[in-house]
Design a protein around this ligand. Structure first.
Ligand code: ZN
Length: 358
């Protein structure tokens, strides 16, 4: 095993309280992913030339989490290996079921058995490394879909963290709280300073919006400019409808792992992050505005129907690999309940107050 480089040692030291560095030399698939992320940073840098250098690596921690830090003027993004394995396990098990995503490949050759997500139900959820049992779909097309879904989610996580750097959130956080850590999935502990919670929820919305926009910029280059697709054996990039369905399925599943609890507006306002269902609704709204800007108005109704169908399918798939009950209703409630709609709109309109602070 190669010795740590100076950069790796620094990363290890900086993330030591969270588990330290997971050296990707241990696992080839993580090396590929790390290289792809570093290439993505190069592309982002072309659009945002002021993007400072970012040290990216994996953290030896089994929970679903990501963290962004600034130490001695340098920025760091750490993704827990638990996030990587949970996503891999989740999507491969979903696609190994003959009851999920029946239009993908040949589901008839998959199993009717229930294969449970290898997870411990802590908050945040943890990959259960002691009981690891990786299952891969029998149909290679379904395996490719699973890998692509995992890539969508990991890219989303990294881009979200990247936004906390590019959009000045982390610098603001350090200036106002003297704290250089920003953890992605926090325990839902209610806070007393509601004004600060409101500000932080808007920053989280902004980071999700950045990650969503970037995913759609990449998709546009494939769908409309015929650049080579990421995976040749899926039809995800055939058109906007197929992309929205599959991308939304992935991100719904990622946030679903955080728990889709029933929402109480006054409680929601006391958290530092918007609850997962609210994030999903904000992301859906963002997709509509992205496609409207691209003058895809004709297909907006179809796209809306599509992401609702995608959410229902993701909920069904999640139930298939866990012992969870159906929580789609908690997401759908946002569109029926005026208090939740107002809360949703407040997170968006608050941006006007937040922007001058950054
Ligand atoms: Zn965040």
């Amino acid at each position: 095993m190669p010795a740590m480089t100076v950069e790796q040692f620094k990363f290890h030291y900086i993330f030591s309280s969270k588990g330290g560095l997971f050296n990707v030399a241990h696992l080839e698939e993580l090396q590929h992913f790390k290289t792809a992320i570093e290439q993505m940073f190069e592309v982002i840098k072309k659009k945002y030339p002021n993007l400072p250098p970012i040290n990216f690596d994996f953290v030896l921690n089994d929970s679903l989490n990501a963290c962004v830090k600034k130490v001695n003027g340098e920025y760091y993004i750490g993704i827990n290996i638990g996030a990587y394995f949970l996503l891999k396990d989740m999507f491969q098990k979903m696609l190994s079921s003959n009851k999920v995503l029946l239009n993908v490949g040949n589901p008839l050759i998959e199993t009717g058995d229930k294969n449970l997500l290898t997870a411990l139900n802590n908050r945040p959820i943890e990959f259960d490394i002691a009981n690891i049992e990786m299952i891969v779909p029998k149909d290679p097309v379904r395996t490719s879909y699973g890998s692509l879904y995992m890539t969508f989610c990991l890219n989303f996580l990294v881009l979200h963290e990247c936004a906390h750097i590019i959009r000045g959130h982390l610098d603001y956080h350090i200036k106002s709280n003297h704290n250089s850590d920003w953890n992605e999935f926090e325990d839902l502990n209610p806070q007393t300073n509601l004004e600060s919670c409101s500000l932080y929820q808007t920053l989280e919305m902004d980071a999700d919006s950045f990650a969503t926009n970037w995913a759609f910029i990449e998709a546009e280059s494939i769908i409309e400019h015929n650049l080579p697709p990421i995976k040749n054996d899926t039809s995800v990039f055939e058109n906007w409808n197929s992309f929205v369905f599959n991308w939304f399925f992935s991100i719904y599943s990622l946030l679903r792992m955080q728990g889709f609890n029933e929402l109480n507006v006054s409680k929601c306002k006391s958290y530092t992050h918007p609850p997962a269902t609210i994030r999903m609704a904000l992301i859906a709204g963002n997709i509509i505005s992205i496609l409207e800007k691209k003058n895809k108005n004709d297909s907006i109704d179809e796209i809306t129907k599509n992401y609702i169908a995608s959410s229902k399918e993701a909920e069904k798939a999640y139930m298939e690999i866990t012992c969870s009950h159906d929580c789609f209703g908690h997401f759908a409630e946002i569109y029926k309940n005026t208090d939740l709609q107002n809360y949703n709109s407040e997170i968006l309109s608050n941006w006007n107050k937040v922007r001058p602070l950054l």
